[in-house]
Design a protein around this ligand. Structure first.
Ligand SMILES: *Cc1c(COP(=O)(O)O)cnc(C)c1O
Ligand code: SF4
Length: 421
């Protein structure tokens, strides 16, 4: 795999005919936010004849609007005046702090403790599912411009934390019979070799973890590097690991991040999907709805139908989080709802397993169920799909229909509605 970031990314863009002006924007934005592509993304996914408006280009390459104007201008001037690297670095760090690097208090609020010590690299927010962030899996085969975990890729995150200890994590899970799902996440756990992944996963097959029924793997490797499951040297070992988990009685769920129907089109991804399914693992697909990339209902209808046809199950449509480049990728909640509803109307029930739009907010996963007018007031009808407090799962509530709202924190209770916290 050839990877391109920073100056190599600029040279790549130059070689593909991007303008000098764009290359300057690229250098400024990528001095603050992380960008990385590889040869598969460049050669198989991006349609260069349509760049810069091509959706996969928009997904993976910098754009000046990804930074707030004052931050962009400041760094742009520093670069034009050939500022010292230390000065640029300091400006980039200041910029990180202004871009909400740790949204949703995800770390501080969700790290469990065992014998009075914090279990670093683990999150346990919803009773039935424990998230595990293996230290070796905290990068990806390429980066999405909208990533809500961007801060960990620039080394400035609470999440960039001490390596979790497998034995310690499994002892914690063994002691909690409510945990039915382990979710290996990152970054991307598929960036790890099969041998390293095995050290994380095999302990979950022990008899003390009989109550763990499902092993999930959150990954974008099917989109960004499908060779992980086909021609990589240890691709077969990886698939054997899935098979062993299935044979041990676990449900194996590959939680695949698919952003755009283009990602399903190459012969390589189709072969990768076929091979994963042959292990007995099930592929479920999710992604955020984002401006410039996938904010048309046709994109989602085509994606969901395509997923069904290759045997993958549409799962969540997320709302872009309030962090990093949200100013560029974010769409108003009313627009996200419109895209979802129009897409659902174009597909049969088999593709309507996708739920959305969903916000992973501090109290839980909040579904925007619809809009309506109650007693003369226009409202969003919302529902808790997940909650830190299991008693709140399924609760419905109402918020004022604010056409500009892009995130949960922009919403206010309507008509005296209950509100999660
Ligand atoms: C989304 C999420 C999960 C998984 O939720 P499901 O609805 O079961 O897919 C688990 N933990 C956290 C912190 C999450 O954000
Ligand atoms: S694949 Fe996921 S973790 Fe990796 S950059 Fe994209 S959104 Fe972030």
């Amino acid at each position: 795999m050839k990877v391109y970031s920073h100056e190599r990314l600029a040279r790549l863009a130059a070689g593909r005919g991007m303008s000098e002006e764009y290359l300057h924007d690229l250098r400024v934005v990528s001095s603050v936010l992380p960008f990385k592509v590889n040869d598969y993304v460049v050669n198989e996914l991006i349609d260069w004849s349509a760049a810069p408006d091509d959706p996969i280009f928009r997904l993976t390459f910098p754009h000046r609007d990804m930074l707030p104007e004052p931050i962009f201008e400041h760094l742009s001037q520093l670069m034009q005046s050939s500022a010292e690297p230390a000065v640029l670095r300091k400006a980039a760090l200041d910029a990180h702090a202004q871009l909400n690097p740790n949204p949703g208090a995800q770390v501080s609020a969700n790290v469990p403790t065992r014998h009075g010590r914090r279990l670093e690299g683990v999150q346990h927010k919803y009773a039935e599912t424990v998230l595990i962030f293996p230290a070796q899996g905290q990068t990806c085969h390429a980066y999405c411009g909208y990533c809500f975990r961007w801060a960990q890729f620039v080394g400035n995150s609470e999440l960039k934390q001490a390596a979790p200890d497998v034995a310690e994590v499994m002892a914690y899970v063994a002691a909690d019979p409510n945990v039915t799902d382990l979710l290996f996440t990152g970054g991307d756990p598929m960036i790890m070799s099969a041998a390293v992944l095995d050290r994380w996963v095999s302990p979950a097959l022990a008899p003390e973890l009989e109550h763990v029924r499902t092993l999930r793997f959150g990954t974008k490797a099917l989109s960004y590097w499908p060779a992980r499951f086909t021609t990589d040297a240890d691709a077969d070992d990886l698939l054997r690991l899935f098979e062993r988990c299935v044979a041990a009685g676990k449900h194996v769920a590959v939680m695949a991040h698919f952003t755009h129907p283009r990602e399903l089109e190459t012969p390589l991804v189709r072969e990768a999907i076929r091979r994963i399914r042959a292990t007995g693992a099930v592929i479920r697909a999710q992604a955020p709805v984002t401006a410039h990339v996938n904010d048309r209902a046709e994109d989602w209808a085509t994606l969901w139908q395509g997923l069904v046809e290759v045997g993958a199950i549409p799962y969540y449509m997320f709302v872009e989080r309030d962090t990093g480049a949200q100013s560029y990728f974010g769409v108003p909640l009313v627009k996200a709802l419109q895209v979802y509803t129009d897409a659902v109307r174009q597909v049969s029930g088999l593709a309507r397993t996708a739920r959305g739009p969903v916000m992973s907010a501090a109290p839980g996963k909040v579904l925007i169920d619809g809009t309506m007018t109650v007693a003369g007031t226009d409202v969003f009808s919302l529902r808790m799909l997940q909650s830190r407090d299991p008693a709140q799962v399924g609760r419905q509530f109402l918020a004022h229909l604010d056409p500009g709202a892009e995130w949960f924190s922009d919403l206010r209770p309507a008509l005296g509605s209950w509100w999660p916290r």
